[in-house]
Design a protein around this ligand. Structure first.
Ligand SMILES: [Zn+2]
Length: 423
C-alpha cells in the first residue's frame, strides 16, 4: 500500500506543502486511507521553511462508504478504514516539481513506502537536530528530491508519525490563479470560532487583534480552522465568512500536542533542542534591549537563561512578576547555547519575598528610623528604641499555574492550555 511523505515544497514567501494533497487526490484514482497527515517539525531548526510542515497520505482502494473529510471542486473527498491494496497510479514527483517554487532554499522531497518507518525517526525530527545523511541510509522506501536531500527528514518524519493525541485542521484552498493578492476572511467569523467553539483553538487573538486562521503570505491556503473533533470542523467550515474557495481537506496533525518538548536537565540541553526544564529562578527577571525579558534558572548547580522576546507580547509582563527562588518548569526551544526561548511556563511554587522595615513606635505610633548597621531602630520623637524590625511579605502578582504566549506568538506544535496539559 503506498504511503507517501512529502516535505518542504514551500518557500518563505509562497506555496504551502499541504496543497499537494489536493493535487494528488485530483490526479489519482485511488482513495484516501485514513486522514491525510499534517506533521510539524522541530520549530528551532534555523533551516526551516515558513511552516516547517510535512505531509503524509496513504492511498488504496476504499471499501464501504467512508467518512467525509473534504471537498475538491464539487467532488466529496472520503476517507476509508477498509481498503484493498493498489499500486500508486500517478507520478507524485512530477506534481511536486510543477507546484514547488523555483527557489534554491526550497528542498522538496518525496518518500514512497509500503509500510511505516520506525516512530523513532519522528520523535528525533520533532525535538532535535537531525543529520539527514544518517536518515537516508536507514529509511525503507523510495526517495527522490530536488535541491539536495535534506527533505528526507521531514518526509520520513511524516510517514513515521505515530499520531499520539492528534488534533485536526480543516484547510480551505484557493485555485492557483488566485494565490496572489489580498484575500477576504472576515475577522468576525474567526472571533466567533475562538469565543464560542471550545473544541477549536488558535483562531483569534483578541488582545492583539490577530486573525490566526488566515495566512499572511502568498499561499494556496485561504484559511485553516484547528480543533479536536474532525467531524465538527466540517460543520464549522460554514461559519467562516470569506471569499469563495475551491476545496478543503481535514488533516490529522501533531499541532497542539507539545510533541516537540522533552523533559531535560539543563546540562542535557543541546542547541536546537526543544525542552521542558525545571529549576529555581536565581536572578532577574530583567528587561533588556528590544523588549526582551530575561531571567536565569538553576537546578543542581547548572544554570540557563530563559528569554521571552518582543513577539510574545503580554507574556513578558507576566514573566516579569517572577522572583528569585520561585520554582518553575520552562517549556521552550534552545535557539542559542545557554538560552531557552520560553513558550509556556508552569509556576510550581512561589518563594516568600520579605522585607524588613522600621517598626512603629509603641508610644507615638510614628514610624521609627534605622540606626546605623547594628543599632536597630529609634523613634525620632521620644527616643524609644527597638531591636526588631517589622517584617513585610511582598504580595505576589503571579499565582502557581500554567501560562503561555498569546495566540499571535504561538508555535504550531505548542499545546494550548485550554486543550489540557499533557506534559
Ligand atoms: Zn516614640
Amino acid at each position: 500500500m503506498p504511503i507517501i511523505g512529502i516535505d518542504d515544497t514551500d518557500s518563505k514567501t509562497e506555496m504551502c506543502t499541504t496543497y499537494l494533497t489536493i493535487e494528488i487526490l485530483k490526479n489519482s484514482n485511488l482513495d484516501l486511507i485514513g486522514f491525510p497527515k499534517l506533521v510539524r517539525l522541530n520549530p528551532n531548526i534555523p533551516l526551516k521553511t515558513r511552516g516547517n510542515a510535512a505531509i503524509s497520505l496513504t492511498l488504496g482502494r476504499g471499501e464501504g462508504k467512508g467518512t467525509l473529510v473534504g471537498r475538491i471542486g464539487k467532488e466529496e473527498v472520503r476517507s476509508f478504514k477498509k481498503y484493498r491494496e493498489e499500486k500508486l497510479d500517478i507520478d507524485v514527483m512530477t506534481l511536486i516539481e510543477r507546484f514547488s517554487p523555483k527557489d534554491k532554499d526550497t528542498n522538496p522531497a518525496l518518500l514512497t513506502t509500503s509500510e511505516k518507518n520506525s516512530e523513532g525517526f519522528y520523535w528525533d525530527a520533532v525535538s532535535e537536530f537531525v543529520d539527514y545523511k544518517k536518515i537516508i541510509e536507514r529509511v525503507k522506501g523510495e526517495f527522490s528530491s530536488i535541491n539536495g536531500q535534506i527533505g528526507i527528514v521531514g518526509a520520513n518524519a511524516a510517514v513515521s508519525w505515530p499520531g499520539v493525541n492528534p488534533t485536526y485542521e480543516l484547510i480551505a484552498y484557493l485555485d492557483r490563479d488566485k494565490w496572489s493578492g489580498e484575500h477576504f476572511v472576515d475577522d468576525s467569523s474567526s472571533m466567533y470560532i475562538e469565543s464560542s467553539l471550545p473544541d477549536t483553538f488558535d483562531s483569534f487573538d483578541f488582545r492583539n487583534k490577530y486573525n490566526a486562521i488566515r495566512p499572511t503570505t502568498k499561499t494556496p491556503v485561504l484559511f485553516g480552522i484547528r480543533g479536536t473533533d474532525p467531524t465538527r470542523l466540517i460543520q464549522y467550515e460554514n461559519y467562516v465568512k470569506s471569499e469563495p474557495y475551491s476545496s478543503y481537506i481535514v488533516y490529522e496533525t501533531n499541532q497542539g500536542t507539545d510533541d516537540h518538548l522533552i523533559e531535560r536537565s539543563i546540562g542535557e540541553t543541546r542547541l536546537y533542542n526543544s525542552a521542558i526544564i525545571r529549576g529555581f529562578v536565581t536572578s532577574g527577571p530583567v528587561w533588556e534591549r528590544g523588549g526582551v525579558l530575561c531571567f536565569s534558572i538553576e537546578m543542581n548547580k547548572e544554570e540557563i537563561k530563559a528569554v521571552a522576546l518582543e513577539p510574545t507580547k503580554e507574556f513578558r509582563t507576566l514573566l516579569s512578576k517572577l522572583r528569585k527562588g520561585d520554582e518553575v518548569r520552562v517549556y521552550g526551544g534552545i535557539t542559542r547555547v545557554g538560552f531557552i526561548n520560553v513558550e509556556k511556563i508552569q509556576v510550581v511554587s512561589l518563594s516568600k519575598i520579605t522585607e524588613i522595615r522600621p517598626p512603629l513606635c509603641h508610644e507615638c505610633k510614628t514610624r521609627m528610623e534605622s540606626v546605623g548597621r547594628s543599632g536597630g531602630f529609634r523613634c525620632r520623637k521620644c527616643g524609644a528604641r527597638s531591636r526588631t524590625g517589622e517584617v513585610r511579605v511582598e504580595e505576589r502578582e503571579i499565582a502557581p499555574g500554567y501560562y503561555e504566549v498569546p495566540i499571535i506568538a504561538r508555535r504550531h506544535l505548542a499545546r494550548p492550555i485550554k486543550l489540557g496539559i499533557i506534559k
